[in-house]
Design a protein around this ligand. Structure first.
Ligand SMILES: *Cc1c(COP(=O)(O)O)cnc(C)c1O
Length: 375
């Protein structure tokens, strides 16, 4: 059971014998493999195939958005849609990987501090594996997400405050109760599952990665995971060197610690006080791996951007109306920021821009209903 570094408390990562992978696996061999994230099994941390706990997560669609692209002035706009994934959010990727590793390590009890979606995904995979699970979440987590978490069989505790407050409780209890803690970046296996987003993007673009990826950032596993994916793909020679995408981190102006730290030239974030946003997955006042998020954005020559909740809700509605996509508010943020990225001159109209939708909109039924009431 690995959590964080015992000396400096920093984030730990799984590493692989990439030379072996390069020698024994070819791009062509992927073609006949399972259409889930487990098609990249040599670059995932589970050793025995029989330990894999899967609901068919990953290998999600990449859709062109020509109409929306024209509207905001981009000729090659795409969305990778993790709305179509077990449990309804991309958290399934990380939990499939982490719970599989827990099975391999003989773990019987797991716990997580969550804004909601990680709890639901943990619960689903833990139940499938026959492992007990405990989720600690803010009292004001969207009701359906909390309900989903309970429905999958987790034991829920509601906490006053944010995911940061939930995190403190889980860290203390975890040691006493010998739980494997699956809180974001506090163990090395979830980020491995998230990494598959980067593998899939590369493979689905036929190994010519897009110029820019716009990604809604909370705890940062997506940004950090994708950056690790591109590093590994470069090391095994599957993508050309020096051609990785620029990463754009989008947050809500109600909770934008990464945006602030990036602009202030800092290497880690200050705690964002009064974190509030409709995009529950982005309500992370200070990510444990903040220094890694900032490093990845900078190394990629990317940027950061904040959008208001109002812009997020408008973007959700617009994507539903014009593209037939019911995305989560976090995913909508990646679309909402495009006009600003364009006016900043960060994007060229002919670049290939990939927006990431991290979950399905119908999980946020209150938001959809409230928009109807306003109309
Ligand atoms: C957790 C979450 C995010 C942010 O996740 P990262 O850890 O920053 O990758 C974005 N969208 C949704 C729907 C989430 O649940």
């Amino acid at each position: 059971m690995q959590t964080v570094c015992s000396d400096c408390k920093g984030v730990l990562f799984a590493r692989y014998d990439l030379e072996q992978v390069q020698q024994h696996v070819s791009k062509a061999a992927l073609a006949s493999r399972v259409r889930s994230m487990w098609r990249y099994s040599e670059l995932l941390p589970v050793k025995q195939e029989s330990n894999i706990v899967t609901l068919g997560e990953g290998y999600t669609n990449i859709l062109p958005l020509p109409k929306s692209g024209r509207k905001v002035g981009f000729n090659h706009l795409f969305m990778k849609d993790d709305g179509l994934i077990p449990t309804g959010t991309f958290k399934a990727r990380g939990m499939s990987s982490a719970i599989s590793k827990c099975v391999e390590l003989g773990v019987r009890k797991v716990a997580v501090a969550t804004a909601g979606n990680a709890g639901a995904a943990m619960a689903a995979y833990a139940s499938r594996a026959g492992i007990e699970s405990y989720a600690y979440m803010p009292r004001d987590t969207p009701e359906i997400i909390r309900g989903q978490c309970e429905f999958y069989g987790a034991k829920i505790t509601l906490v006053n405050g944010t995911i940061a407050d939930a995190g403190k409780i889980v860290d203390e209890l975890g040691v006493r109760k010998s739980w494997m803690i699956l809180s974001t970046m506090k163990e090395p296996y979830r980020v491995e599952g998230k990494k598959t987003m980067g593998f899939e993007i590369a493979e689905q673009f036929e190994w010519h990665v897009p110029d820019v990826i716009v990604y809604p950032t909370g705890g940062g596993t997506g940004i950090v995971g994708m950056w690790k994916a591109f590093e590994e793909l470069e090391a095994i020679g599957w993508i050309s060197e020096g051609r990785r995408p620029r990463l754009v981190s989008v947050q809500s102006s109600g909770c934008a610690p990464v945006v602030k730290a990036f602009r202030d030239g800092k290497e880690s974030c200050e705690i964002w006080s009064k974190a509030e946003t409709v995009a529950a997955g982005l309500r992370v006042p200070k990510a444990y791996g903040d220094y890694l998020i900032l490093k990845a954005i900078r190394e990629s020559h990317g940027t950061v951007i904040a959008v208001s909740d109002k812009e997020i809700l408008n973007a959700m509605k617009e994507l539903a109306h014009t593209e037939g996509l019911c995305v989560c508010p976090e995913g909508a943020a990646s679309y909402a920021c495009l006009p600003k990225l364009q006016s900043d001159g960060f994007l060229d109209k002919d670049e290939r821009v990939l927006l990431y939708n991290t979950g399905v909109g119908t999980l946020y039924s209150e938001l959809i209903v409230s928009q109807r009431e306003q109309a």
